[in-house]
Design a protein around this ligand. Structure first.
Ligand SMILES: Cc1cc2nc3c(=O)[nH]c(=O)nc-3n(C[C@H](O)[C@H](O)[C@H](O)COP(=O)(O)OP(=O)(O)OC[C@H]3O[C@@H](n4cnc5c(N)ncnc54)[C@H](O)[C@@H]3O)c2cc1C
Length: 493
């Protein structure tokens, strides 16, 4: 099948790209159900946009650079923050019903933002509202052909150029060709024991790019959210997120003795940047303490209206957050690193583009500012779709392609044992706090694991884990989300 463009992934980045590429013929391939199978629909807090009095894209940019520890690409930050207002208007026009009052959008505040600038929907259900609206737009867009329940398991090449994909459905493999392929495959949560991400965030897009020879960047910058709900069953995998907006609303972190501890770590206490708060929580847990988020005073009876998603998750665990503190654990949340792309979202391999969480444009630096991620997918996705629509040659001119990996039934399968081994290893040694000895041990363990891997998907997952670990070992200093407990010694050596 021939298309002008292939987009892999139907989160905010994939859908934004695919919709903006009209009227070119676009194949949109997604592993599960359109707009529901990625992280986007789980987003709670909202979308950052400088819409309030006294705010401006320049102030938003300066907060983004501060959170990113100055390692951000300043030009990308400018594009992001300047594009925010228009992106929010576009979503509204496409049916996303953001919370408003008579003056306009209701603007929330989140950690490390100097202003109230978080646009949200249904309180803490922003992702669900936005993705529902985009799904409706996507399903009625005549230029899109949507392939649901299909996982891309190989890229296709014509010479050096990526010109297609092989996707595996329940019964079949399909081969699609196009003038360009956009990876919008999201994050890496499935590589960590605790994560806020759904299972689809399995780094398979990163692995495909790596296999195709694309450069990856900033792989060590993995963001951990300070407050996931510690469930009674202590399970691995996706945990319910307790949005940062709760701390923005005044909720406080307590240890088992009922004492606030974040002031010991940062002047801004609970509103310090995410990495600082996450390490504060981790330090308490390392001391054998339990950690709790108490919103009973700050939010109290308003909880069900203001934070319906979190309220439902707590009640499902038998907790009433109007009256009780909520047990928390940090969890892997976002990957700042990814497929290295330039200002045009082009990877180092011709024909292969990346956008959204799978990409590394440098916009987030060493640490993403809260609520800048949906925005990134929107702003960079729409710009990429428009650009490709204007520039791409017609699909008919695409040369014959060959797959980068042979389609085989094991392309998408990872055994529970390998999956858990990777999750436990990365959580322990490549988590919130790292050191050279643990990182070296992790590399050795991954090498052993790779030898026992039976399927292509297992080898690919381990290959991405190796990239993250090796990058963490390579960066000796602590910066942003990458914290080396041996930084002083490492610098000396
Ligand atoms: C619980 C939670 C709350 C969050 N809250 C916020 C927030 O309030 N504000 C904010 O800005 N950010 C938030 N984030 C982060 C943000 O949601 C994500 O970073 C963002 O949605 C990523 O969008 P994306 O389009 O890049 O990827 P995703 O939305 O994850 O989409 C990836 C897509 O790729 C598909 N895919 C993956 N691999 C393949 C394959 N091999 N073949 C076919 N399809 C594939 C998936 O099925 C999916 O459709 C939150 C994240 C989580 C998990």
């Amino acid at each position: 099948m021939h298309f002008d463009l292939i987009v892999v992934g139907s989160g905010i980045a994939g859908l934004s790209t695919a919709l903006a590429a009209a009227p070119r013929r676009v194949a949109l391939i997604t592993r599960g159900e359109l707009a529901r199978d990625g992280a986007s629909r789980w987003a709670q807090g909202g979308i950052a946009a400088a819409l309030g009095p006294g705010d401006s894209p320049a102030v938003h940019a300066s907060d983004t650079l501060a959170a990113g520890n100055g390692l951000n690409d300043a030009a990308a930050v400018e594009v992001l923050t300047r594009g925010a207002a228009e992106a929010v208007e576009w979503l509204s026009a496409n049916g996303a019903a953001f919370d408003r009052n008579a003056q306009g959008f209701l603007l929330g505040r989140e950690a490390a933002h100097s202003q109230h600038r978080i646009v949200h929907a249904n309180g803490d259900a922003t992702g669900a509202a936005v993705m529902q609206a985009l799904a409706v737009t996507g399903r009625t867009a005549a230029h899109l052909q949507i392939f649901e329940q299909h996982a891309v398991v190989a890229l296709r090449r014509a010479g050096e150029r990526i010109c297609g994909v092989v996707a595996q459905g329940a019964q079949d493999f399909v081969e699609l060709d196009a003038a360009a392929v956009v990876l919008a495959t999201g994050g890496i949560g499935a590589l960590y024991r605790h994560t806020t991400n759904p299972e689809a965030a399995d780094a398979s897009g990163l692995a495909l790019a790596l296999e195709a020879g694309a450069a990856l960047s900033d792989m060590e910058f993995v963001q951990f959210h300070p407050t996931a709900l510690r469930t009674r069953d202590g399970r691995s995998g996706q945990l319910p997120l307790l949005t940062e907006a709760l701390r923005g609303a005044g909720a406080v972190l307590l240890n088992g003795a009922g004492k606030r501890f974040m002031r010991l770590h940062a002047r801004e206490a609970e509103l310090a940047p995410r990495d600082v708060v996450a390490r504060g929580v981790w330090a308490e847990l390392e001391r054998g303490e339990t950690v709790w988020l108490d919103a009973s005073t700050a939010v109290g009876a308003d909880f069900p209206q203001r934070f319906p998603t979190v309220f439902a998750a707590c009640m499902a665990e038998g907790l009433d957050p109007r009256r009780e503190a909520i047990p928390v654990v940090p969890a892997q949340h976002y990957h700042m690193g990814g497929v290295r792309v330039d200002a045009a979202a082009q990877s180092s391999v011709p024909g292969l583009y990346a956008v959204g969480e799978v990409a590394c444009s440098g916009v987030h630096g060493a640490n993403r500012l809260a609520s800048n991620s949906l925005l990134e997918g929107l702003v960079f996705g729409r710009a990429l779709g428009r650009r490709l629509a204007a520039q791409l040659p017609p699909a008919a001119t695409v040369a014959a392609t060959v797959a980068t990996a042979p389609p085989a039934d094991d392309c998408a399968q990872v055994s529970a044992a390998i999956s858990q081994a990777v999750r436990d290893l990365l959580w322990r040694e490549v988590g919130l706090v790292r050191d050279a000895s643990g990182l070296r041990q992790a590399l050795a363990a991954l090498d052993t694991l790779a030898r026992s891997a039976g399927t292509l998907a297992e080898r690919r997952r381990i290959a991405v884990a190796v990239q993250i670990t090796a990058a963490a070992l390579h960066r000796h200093n602590s910066v942003g989300a990458h914290y080396r407990r041996d930084a002083v010694q490492a610098r000396a050596g």
